[in-house]
Design a protein around this ligand. Structure first.
Ligand SMILES: Cc1ncc(COP(=O)(O)O)c(C=O)c1O
Length: 440
């Protein structure tokens, strides 16, 4: 199989520009009572950009595809309530995520339940509700079999396969290495996997997830191709056994890397789709209903955070900015600084872009009480002053959902907007009372 490298042509806007962010922030600051002095940091979501991502995705795949967007990437309930109107579903990885999905109005046929640690009770709940479940192991399949003996169910059941195609450049987001905590490793288990599909006539879906940021798209395609070969082989075998039903659903777990650098050209969804068509054409000829589970692609570039500069420590050869976002929101960046990047733009207290370059480089530190709470080093920036704001780009996915409670800092307010000038608070800044409840 020849996997073509993408051409790199820019087909879809890959991220929001600093000009767009500073314009929206300036407008937001000028609204009465939208941002108050206690809002040391505010997270923003551009709904136009979000809608565009979802519409592009929907326009490329067959109409029957269920796009189950990953709740783990962004569980904000107002966002879930928004995207349901765009005709997508949700991928959930815990019972509480399932609860969020149900509360937002998603019905069983639009929810996919993944997790490597589903309890018996969780499985029973999902089976009774008729939710699509991807089993992560042979043992989980047995649990499901036991539950199905006692319950009628509309659930579609799949098995998650680890195609063992290798890891990308970020180990913590790569799940298709030879050893992975997720799924059933393919290489040593092919016969056993096929035997399960022959044995269980309710096992008629198959799931594969290769990884997320840092995984080259050809690696992702390679993994999908391997599991597609397996699905085709299982179906031939089922035909030989005169099975009444074949595998009819193919679930491509998420994982399209996105751009975290303003001037880079990531593989666009359109390019990814073309690569899939070229290398995995059976996914588009109607024999399988498709499920996708994108998270990062949908949300990462949609959100940004404005973090107020509290102090600037000016030293002979460097400056340190003390600001209000650190490892609480950007956990991955602080713990694995070499794997992650967030572009930082400096604006003044009214949201105007600052220009020029200070003679000293900057270290950008967060507010938490540990030395690793640093989100950037060696940065060339305009002169930064107390009261300015740092606009930290591309924080829409795997940020609030990974919020750290260290130092009991309050979760920031979240504001969505359209046209850079129409705003809605979609989550209030956490109150001290709610924080107390959390620890009580
Ligand atoms: C099973 C599953 N589906 C979907 C996703 C979403 O992946 P991404 O955000 O990279 O699209 C993940 C992420 O870890 C996952 O584990």
């Amino acid at each position: 199989m020849a996997i073509e490298k993408p051409s790199g042509k820019k087909l879809i806007k890959s991220s929001l520009s600093k000009e767009e962010m500073s314009k929206a922030f300036g407008f937001a600051l000028s609204q009465p009572d939208l941002i108050t002095t206690e809002d040391t940091a505010v997270i923003f979501y551009d709904l136009d950009f979000l809608d565009d991502r979802i519409e592009k995705l929907k326009s490329l795949f067959p109409e029957t595809t269920l796009h189950a967007l990953a709740v783990k990437a962004n569980p904000l309930t107002k966002i879930l309530a928004h995207i349901i109107q765009l005709g997508v579903g949700l991928e959930v990885a815990s019972l509480p995520e399932l609860y969020l999905a149900e509360k937002a109005g998603f019905t069983a046929d639009n929810i996919v339940f993944d997790s490597p640690a589903k309890t018996h009770d969780e499985l029973e709940y999902a089976i009774k509700a008729g939710i699509h479940i991807n089993a992560d192991s042979f043992d989980e399949l047995e649990r499901i079999a036991e539950i199905l003996e006692n319950h009628e169910s509309k659930s579609k059941i799949g098995l998650r396969i680890n195609p063992q195609v290798g890891t990308g450049s970020i180990k913590s987001t790569s799940v298709a290495g030879v050893i992975s905590k997720f799924g059933v490793p393919l290489n040593d288990n092919t016969d056993r996997i096929i035997a399960c599909y022959v044995k269980y006539n309710w096992l008629r879906s198959i799931h594969v997830h290769i990884g997320s940021q840092g995984c080259p798209v050809p690696l992702i395609i390679d993994g999908i191709r391997k599991v597609l070969n397996l699905a085709n082989e299982i179906n031939s075998c089922l035909k030989q056994h005169s099975a009444t039903q074949l595998i009819d659903t193919f679930d491509i777990g998420g994982g399209l890397p996105v751009s975290y650098y303003p001037d880079t050209e990531p593989v666009s969804m359109m390019q990814y789709h073309s690569m899939l068509q070229e290398n995995c054409n059976e996914l588009f000829d109607g024999r399988y209903k498709l499920i996708t589970e994108f998270g990062r692609y949908i949300y990462a570039n949609t959100g940004w955070v404005a973090s107020r500069v509290e102090y600037v420590k000016r030293e002979k050869n460097y400056n340190i900015v003390m600001s209000h976002i650190g490892a609480d929101l950007l956990l991955r960046k602080c713990y694995h600084p070499d794997d992650w990047h967030h572009q930082i733009t400096v604006v003044d207290s009214r949201g105007n872009l600052k220009t020029g370059t200070d003679k000293n480089k900057y270290i950008i530190a967060g507010p938490l009480c540990f030395a690793g709470d640093v989100i950037a080093k060696d940065l060339d920036l305009p002169v930064v002053n107390e009261g300015d704001y740092l606009l930290i780009h591309d924080v829409g996915a795997y940020t609030l959902s990974m919020w750290s409670r260290y130092n009991s800092r309050q979760m920031p307010k979240v504001i969505s907007y359209r046209n850079t000038n129409t705003f809605e608070i979609i989550k209030q800044r956490e109150t001290k009372e709610k924080l107390f409840d959390f620890w009580s």
